[in-house]
Design a protein around this ligand. Structure first.
Ligand code: GLV
Ligand code: MN
Ligand code: MN
Length: 424
């Protein structure tokens, strides 16, 4: 791929970062023919967190975990009693994920700690790299489980009781797969960081289209996830005439198309029905019940609420016209979260030191940063995703962009440390 060359003088020594090699090692964990399946507390997820610990210990960082399964590598600061500057992302994937969503930010944070060491930079605050547990919400029906618990948004008892589609609880899954790593100390509670910065692939096409290699995130879209259950009447596929049916799947299909049209109409909002369970899912049986999960997002709260209204009113209309019963319930709701203006400025400054142009952009994807922002100032940086592809096996970011992101993150951490030290 053609890339703009980076210009300007670089004041820090740029090291050949181990980022691509480490991501390749992680990509082997949970690899399937459809991408990477590293759902929370799977054997592959446990292996990934062990690898993170191994790398951190090899670099002589103290490693701890918390009760939610988040793993932290700590580099001491001048004032070691101070709250940490925290950076990281998640190691879990969607069932057909790629090698970069999440893993990149967690490993890059570790690489950034090593770059600070290599450049002899002493920070005032301790700096921690974190691998958050379960950001995707692919196994248990809640996203950002680890960072949500960390920020006090979800209490541990509720999380422990969540069950996956096979009825395995979060607590049970964690115990079964070494979710809390046997040889890693468990810290007390959830110490509030001084600030947080997360590096992530963009997962969309904007940076590539604009021909820039770095983005500073302005805000993360709010999202609502709903369960919609359609109850019709099951029956024999050969005997019940078309006009006497109450087919739950046909009703669900009509609702899906209506919601797609509503999202287009509302604008600057997106809606996806990516999960459908059909009962009994037999060729010769009329579907009697269908479960849909709807994911709706916008950075604008008014649009998000219009989407929610459209789901409820669309369900009521389809139910009435087709003689089926439709129940909707909210699984998860998160407001749009603006990134901290001062930390954003510090990140922009750090990028400017690299002599690399950057743009500001909002994030349509959810990130752990939206939870951490509830307890500490937070910022995010993006590198490009080729073709805007993500949540698919052929997700790709060029190695030179991965390296550039690590350099930008290292400088951002140092800049945030300076900013937060001044504020003291
Ligand atoms: C996580 O990747 C999400 O945005 O759903
Ligand atoms: Mn992610
Ligand atoms: Mn994701």
């Amino acid at each position: 791929m053609d890339r703009p060359a980076s210009g300007g003088e670089v004041s820090l020594k740029l090291l050949p970062s181990p980022i691509t090699d480490r991501l390749a090692q992680l990509a082997a964990l949970g690899a399937t023919e459809h991408g990477i399946d590293r759902r929370l507390f799977s054997a592959a997820d446990a292996a990934a967190r062990r690898l993170f610990v191994q790398w951190a210990r090899a670099a002589k960082y103290a490693v701890e975990q918390d009760r939610a399964g988040n793993v932290f590598a700590r580099r001491a600061g001048r004032r070691d009693g101070a709250a940490a500057v925290l950076s990281g992302s998640h190691l879990d994937t969607v069932p057909t994920g790629g090698p970069y969503d999440g893993a990149y930010g967690a490993v890059a944070a570790l690489c950034a700690l090593e770059e600070l060491d290599a450049n002899g930079i002493v920070t005032e605050h301790p700096v921690e790299a974190v691998a958050w547990a379960g950001e995707e919400g692919s196994r248990f029906p809640l996203g950002c489980l680890g960072s949500g618990a960390f920020a006090g948004l979800n209490d541990l008892a509720t999380i422990d009781a969540l069950c996956d589609d096979d009825g395995v609880s979060f607590a049970g899954a964690r115990a079964a797969t070494d979710g809390l790593l046997a040889d890693v100390p468990v810290r007390d509670g959830f110490p509030v960081p001084a600030g947080y910065v997360e590096l992530h692939i963009e997962q969309g096409p904007v940076l590539e289209h604009r021909g820039v290699r770095l983005g500073v995130v302005t805000a993360i879209a709010g999202q609502v996830r709903l369960a919609v259950e359609v109850y019709g009447e099951s029956g024999h596929a050969g005997t019940v005439p078309m006009n006497l049916r109450r087919d739950a799947l046909s009703s669900a299909a009509e609702l899906v198309l209506e919601l797609e049209a509503a999202a287009k109409e509302i604008g600057e909002a997106v809606l996806t029905v990516g999960h459908l369970t059909v009962f009994p899912n037999q060729t010769n049986v009329i579907p009697g019940r269908v479960l849909l999960r709807v994911d709706a997002r916008s950075v604008d709260e008014a649009r998000l609420s219009a989407l929610r209204d459209a789901i409820v009113s669309g369900a009521a209309r389809v139910a009435e016209q087709r003689g089926v019963r439709i129940e909707t319930s909210v699984i998860e709701q998160r407001r749009a979260v603006a990134m901290d203006p001062q930390l954003r400025a510090a990140v922009a400054e750090a990028i400017a030191e690299l002599g690399e142009p950057a743009i500001e952009l909002p994030s349509g994807a959810g990130h752990d940063a939206m939870c951490v922002a509830a307890v500490a100032p937070a910022a995010m940086l993006f590198v490009p995703s080729v073709g805007g592809r993500s949540h698919v096996g052929n997700e790709y970011t060029a190695p030179e962009d991965l390296q550039l992101g690590v350099a930008a993150l290292t400088r951002s951490i140092a800049a945030i440390d300076r900013l937060l030290s001044k504020e003291r």
